[in-house]
Design a binder for this molecule. Structure first.
Ligand code: ADP
Length: 458
């Protein structure tokens, strides 16, 4: 029996590290063991979002549904998983659901498979209800990946709200560690024109146009965009351009229009488009004329249908591959301002680590030392290291039966197990593009960075 204190500690740990799969899995299982089925279902769903093909998670999820008497749903989600691919516990869950739905004949082979492979699962009472053992052979199943995709669809939570959802971020620039130059650039290009329009007008400048953030993945572009909205107390909308394109080819234009309209209704609003390179990348697999049409629509929305239509709408875009972005996006009044978001230097890494450990109980902790051992780690890599260290510590604390604080040694141990490569790979790619296509000077910000990735670190 898990006591409440331990469950609360686990919940707290998941709040600190929401993407930590082993932790989420553990919490989901503990909630199931404690018969807290509503919470367990939510946790299994959250874990499945991180690992949608994980059959052990599907098993736990199936058990939750079964205990709630939702056997039809278990079958809709899981019956198509081939018997031989399913872990024994999953076959038992499916067998019980089949039996509950009155299909003892189909339940038998699943049950015997489960009990045969894991005798601890044998249940004489259930066996009796099932009647005589059937033939354990199963027909070859459809491809597992497809079955799991169908399962995911079958149990999908109520449809997600349309992409045009706004939020009011609580984070501000104070939550973005380091990056003083980037923040300053955003203040000048994005925030001050809105906060002090008279001053800008006096110098013949007006607010408008968009800013394109570019840089290696996981280094804080999305985080910065959200924080910029927080600085202004503005609404924030985040849209992956590929989401819009994927929705319904042919309806993309309407979705784009609706997205801009929502931002206009909620002004001031930061409208953040992630992966703006997606439009260009799609060229090869999308009808060329259609792709052109979407680019045009996007640009028309940015230019504003009527004068003043986009007042208070700040458009920010992010890309890891700025060299793929259609040149038409970079014309004046559009994404005419490029801002490089660099990988964090040592001081920024120390600050990021301190921010990420804000809610973790700490012993002595030398963030500077850990920063020194994490050259070329992206913010996302640092988050991974903190997650790992917290998880190891939590296991230790559970064994010890009392809370144990995190130390420099713990973080260092986690860091040593990691080989982050995203930043160095990105810099190598960037070097090629900058060397061959910097006539316009568009990538000048990058020049100081691309010379020195050969293991020198920063
Ligand atoms: P990108 O959009 O560039 O791929 P994200 O903004 O998603 O990267 O950042 C990845 C993770 O790293 C997020 O959890 C973010 O909060 C964290 N992170 C990155 N840079 C910083 C920073 N300077 N300060 C605080 N957290 C950061």
């Amino acid at each position: 029996m898990t006591d409440r204190g331990a469950l609360d500690a686990l919940r707290q740990a998941v709040r600190v590290s929401p993407d930590n799969l082993p932790l989420r899995r553990h919490l989901a299982q503990q909630l199931l063991d404690a018969d807290l089925l509503v919470d367990a279902e939510a946790e299994f769903r959250a874990a499945l979002k991180l690992a949608e093909n994980d059959l052990d998670l599907w098993t736990g999820f199936g058990e939750v549904l079964l205990r709630q008497g939702r056997s039809g749903m278990v079958l809709a989600a899981l019956e198509a998983v081939p018997m031989e691919a399913a872990p024994p516990r999953l076959n038992l869950v499916i067998a019980r659901a089949l039996a509950a739905e009155g299909n003892a004949e189909a339940a038998r082979p699943r049950y015997w498979d489960a009990a045969g492979r894991d005798p601890a699962l044998a249940d004489p009472g259930f066996e009796e209800r099932l009647g005589h053992s059937g033939d354990a052979a199963a027909a070859p199943g459809p491809a597992l990946a497809r079955v799991l995709a169908d399962a995911q669809a079958a149990v999908a939570a109520p449809p997600e709200p349309a992409p045009a959802e706004t939020e009011k971020p609580a984070v501000t620039f104070a939550d973005v560690a380091g990056m003083e130059q980037v923040k300053q650039a955003l203040r000048m290009k994005l925030l001050l024109p809105v906060q002090q329009p008279e001053m800008f007008a006096a110098y013949g400048k007006r607010a408008g146009g968009g800013v394109m953030l570019y840089g290696p993945p996981g280094c804080g572009k999305t985080h910065l965009a959200r924080a910029a909205a927080g600085e202004l107390g503005a609404h924030f909308m985040s849209i992956g351009l590929s989401d819009i394109l994927d929705m319904y080819i042919g309806q993309s234009e309407r979705n784009l229009h609706e997205t801009f309209e929502t931002a206009r209704r909620n002004s001031p609003c930061v409208l953040f488009f992630d992966e703006v390179d997606a439009l260009a990348a799609r060229r090869s697999d999308m009808n060329q004329a259609h792709s052109r049409q979407i680019v045009n629509q996007f640009l028309a929305e940015m230019d504003g249908v009527d004068a003043g239509a986009n007042d208070g709408v700040l458009v920010l875009a992010a890309t890891n591959a700025p060299w793929y972005v259609d040149i038409a996006f970079r014309r004046p009044g559009r994404f005419d301002q490029l801002v490089f978001v660099p990988p964090p230097d040592a001081a920024a890494r120390a600050a990021i680590l301190a921010l990420m450990c804000r809610r973790v109980p700490l012993a002595e902790m030398d963030f500077g030392a850990v920063a020194g051992a994490t050259d070329w780690f992206a913010g996302a890599d640092l988050k991974g290291a903190v997650d790992r260290a917290v998880e190891a510590k939590l296991q230790e604390a559970m064994r010890a039966g009392r809370p144990l604080p995190l130390s420099t040694h713990d973080l260092m141990a986690a860091v040593r197990t990691m080989r982050p490569t995203a930043v160095t790979e990105w810099m190598n790619t960037a070097r090629n593009y900058v060397m061959h296509s910097n006539e316009s000077g568009a990538w000048d910000d990058l020049l100081p960075w691309i010379g020195g990735t050969g293991g020198r670190g920063r």
